[in-house]
Design a binder for this molecule. Structure first.
Ligand SMILES: [Zn+2]
Length: 331
């Protein structure tokens, strides 16, 4: 019998276990029949998928394989995509793992003047982030467009999942990962206010709401086979590689004063109220149009101010003659 302890990376580093000889000791079955765990003499372990089960040579992992840019399907237009596609998400539930469990702090959809193209899940910095499905790492680096440390996985069915704002990456481009493998650690890098995971699901660079496939309140996958309709896509998702989100002020629109997420009805209500509220004017200037018989003292008295104040506002002297029809600033 093999006793193995999954040591956190930090602990491994402290004892320099990585420098000990790495000789395989044993393989252990996992819930996923395709995946085994190999344990090593230096007290570390790795996931193991037999090569013949990896689909790395499949067209999905060779065509449009771009590892230095966020988007890989720039030549694909929305009209090229079938109106409906049946997508096998998993063969069995062992082929799925939630990316992270936590409070949803912002949902997919219009946000402010832009569009929130993913879902935000609050977490403590350093929380492990898991691959939702098996696949190949297409992108694993710092993105200056706002995602911060970002991992993009491409899955055998053609879907891609994005994991943004990580504090640390745990995979390299071209690695083949299994569902539930730790691909990085959650954080606050990029355009982010407060540690959270920004999670996206894309097909041919186009986003759709991740809540169509995952119930983030429980972490459960909603379907084994999913019908993806072209109408689900956000057509503007290919316009920019930058993360179009302001995690600052607008983020607060979606939580109450205790930081709990609002329901979609409450959000709509709040947005409508914000839109209806008259915008405070930066400049509360008041003007007076000079009428027959007006003089500066009379105007000052009418607006509860002084001749001196009116003169300063208009750059005139008390002796300057005023004309009928002239606009004078009085406040
Ligand atoms: Zn986000």
């Amino acid at each position: 019998m093999v006793v193995f302890v999954a040591m956190p990376l930090e602990a491994q580093r402290k004892y320099n276990l990585e420098e000990l000889p790495e000789i395989p000791i044993d393989t252990i079955d996992t819930a996923n029949p395709k995946v085994k765990i190999i344990t090593f003499t230096n007290n570390t372990w790795k996931y193991y998928i037999p090569d013949y089960l990896k689909l790395t040579d499949a067209e999905v992992f060779t065509s449009h394989w771009v590892t230095n840019q966020v988007f890989a399907y720039k030549d694909v237009k929305i009209g090229d995509i079938p109106e409906t596609m049946e997508i096998e998400l998993v063969e069995s539930l062992a082929d799925y793992h939630p990316p992270v469990l936590g409070r949803v702090s912002s949902r997919y959809g219009p946000r402010g003047r832009g569009m929130h193209k993913g879902i935000d899940i609050g977490l403590p910095t350093g929380e492990p982030i898991y691959a939702t499905f098996e696949g190949k790492v297409r992108y694993a680096r710092y993105n200056s467009g706002g995602y911060g440390y970002l991992v993009i996985l491409r899955h055998p069915n053609g879907l891609e999942t994005y994991y943004g704002h990580l504090c640390k990456l745990n995979v390299d481009v071209d690695d083949y990962v299994v569902a539930g493998q730790v691909i990085g650690y959650g954080g606050n890098t990029g355009r982010s206010r407060g540690p959270h995971l920004h999670f996206e699901v894309r097909y041919a660079d186009l986003t759709f709401d991740p809540e169509r496939i995952i119930d983030f309140s429980t972490g459960d996958l909603k379907w084994q086979n999913f019908v993806l309709e072209r109408g689900y896509f956000n057509v503007s998702s290919k316009l920019t590689e930058a993360l179009e989100e302001e995690e600052g002020d607008m983020g607060d629109m979606f939580v109450d004063k205790d930081g709990n997420p609002l329901s979609s009805e409450e959000i709509v209500d709040k947005l409508e109220k914000a839109a209806a509220k008259p915008k405070p004017t930066v400049n509360d200037a008041v003007y007076h149009k000079v009428k027959s018989g007006d003089n500066l003292s009379k105007i000052a008295a009418k607006y509860g101010t002084t001749v001196g104040a009116i003169c300063r506002l208009n750059g005139i002297k008390s002796s300057t003659p005023i004309r009928i029809g002239q606009r004078l600033r009085v406040k």
